[in-house]
Design a protein around this ligand. Structure first.
Ligand code: NDP
Ligand code: 8X3
Length: 253
């Protein structure tokens, strides 16, 4: 029987690449995101293999009641979730803390931290009941080290790191693996979102860097997810070879 994976934020970037890779490998997929038309397109693409089932759920992880109602009322055949990838997230803005936009701060905290918690609260009991499961939390290298103007994004991802450690302890009794993935520079829609649609600013971020791709991160998630049952990778920092820390990279000119 196929295993089932639920991926938040599957309409772009890491989430979409993860959905495609797991579908190729015979998993049934639950995809989520706010952009309905993108979910519909991806659902078609995933179903094209003919071997798997897909459930597409259109909701905003920031909306507590919506998350509880959608995930709390999953059809019976979709309740046996083997893997949850808490991926939905974003950076918005890049300002010093004294001039930062408070609405941007709220969006990051509400999505990256509170959204992740709402989804985990809905899905982890289903895994606990079955006595198995694997939760991936997509943090960031920005949660390991701070950088200038990163303030609230760094703090939200630092919280994801801390929460991953705490979840691993709490869910030990339930035989649930928790893997924290902390990527460095990856070229997705991430910077476009951070710069509120400004493509020129977004491109500069990766100039001269052979950045990570969404497929790179999907491959790492797949690797961790397919290790033997007794092996759990707790924490991984993944960077492009040209990046040594959030503050050190080597650009080709
Ligand atoms: P993308 O912008 O390409 O994708 C982000 C995904 O998150 C989209 O599918 C988006 O879907 C979803 N999302 C955002 N907000 C919400 C919300 N409120 N409710 C539901 N879904 C939401 O970025 P990445 O793939 O790069 O980012 C994925 C994760 O990886 C994020 O948590 C990010 O912080 C993290 N990360 C990214 C790095 C990078 O350099 N790219 C490096 C380190 C970590 P939709 O808009 O349709 O809702
Ligand atoms: C994204 C990586 O360094 O742009 O989480 O903040 S960084």
């Amino acid at each position: 029987m196929n295993k089932t994976i639920l991926i938040t934020g599957a309409t772009a970037g890491f989430g979409k690449a993860t959905a495609l890779l797991f579908a190729e490998n015979g998993y049934n997929i639950i995809i989520t995101g706010r952009r309905k038309e993108r979910l519909d397109e991806l659902e078609k693409e995933l179903l094209a293999s003919g071997k798997i089932k897909v459930l597409s759920l259109n909701f905003d992880v920031r909306k507590r009641e919506e998350v509880a109602s959608v995930l709390g009322n999953l059809p019976a055949e979709w309740r046996d979730i083997d893997i949850l990838v808490n991926n939905a997230g974003l950076a918005v803005g890049l300002d010093h803390v004294d001039t930062g936009n408070i609405d941007d701060w709220d969006r990051m905290i509400d999505t990256n931290l509170k959204g992740l918690l709402y989804v985990t609260r809905a899905i982890s009991p289903l895994m606990a009941e079955r006595g198995k499961g694997h939760i991936f939390n997509i943090g960031s290298i920005a949660g390991k080290e701070a950088y200038e103007n990163g303030n609230v994004y760094c703090a939200s991802k630092s919280a994801v790191d801390a929460l991953s450690k705490a979840m691993r302890i709490d869910l030990l009794k339930n035989n649930i693996k928790v893997t924290h993935i902390a990527p460095g520079m990856a070229e997705t829609e991430f910077s476009l979102v951070r710069f509120k649609g400004d493509e020129d600013k977004a491109k500069v971020v990766y100039k001269g860097i052979d950045a990570l791709t969404a497929d790179d991160i999907a491959g790492v998630i797949y690797y961790c997810a397919t290790l033997p049952a007794h092996v759990c990778i707790s924490d991984l920092v993944i960077t492009p070879t040209q990046q040594a820390s959030v503050n050190h990279n080597y650009r080709r000119v």
